[in-house]
Design a protein around this ligand. Structure first.
Ligand code: ZN
Ligand code: ZN
Length: 119
């Protein structure tokens, strides 16, 4: 554990404030990003791929997601705000600008009225 903290300190992700270990701005962002990728992976696995038990898969999947893929997944999913467990997904850049470059291609059935056509 000691070594891990030292490494985080060296990378400027944590610092000591009033004798307590705290995240720096960079560290907080990094931690948020990890949480975001994990929860986006969970949503993708459950909403699109139909997995019931997403936890384990999400843990491995999140490491394959780079920035570009992250935004594409987020946009595809319609910028979800919570994971399948109801926990908050930290907003990414794409959620703030709500990019329309990658068109949302998945629609929930309830969003499609009968005879609705999309091209
Ligand atoms: Zn979750
Ligand atoms: Zn987004």
């Amino acid at each position: 554990m000691r070594g891990v903290i030292e490494e985080l300190e060296r990378e400027g992700l944590v610092g000591v404030k009033d004798g307590k270990l705290v995240f720096t701005e960079d560290g907080r962002k990094r931690a948020e990003k990890i949480v975001r990728l994990h929860r986006l992976a969970e949503r993708l696995l459950s909403d699109i791929l139909g997995f019931k038990d997403v936890e384990e898969h999400a843990c491995r999947f999140e490491h394959l997601i780079d920035d570009e893929v992250e935004e594409a997944i987020c946009t595809l999913l319609g910028h979800p705000q919570v994971c399948p467990h109801g926990r908050t997904i930290p907003a990414g850049n794409c959620c703030i600008v709500k990019e329309t470059e990658v068109e949302r291609v998945i629609y929930r059935l309830s969003e499609l009225s009968q005879g609705d056509e999309r091209d």
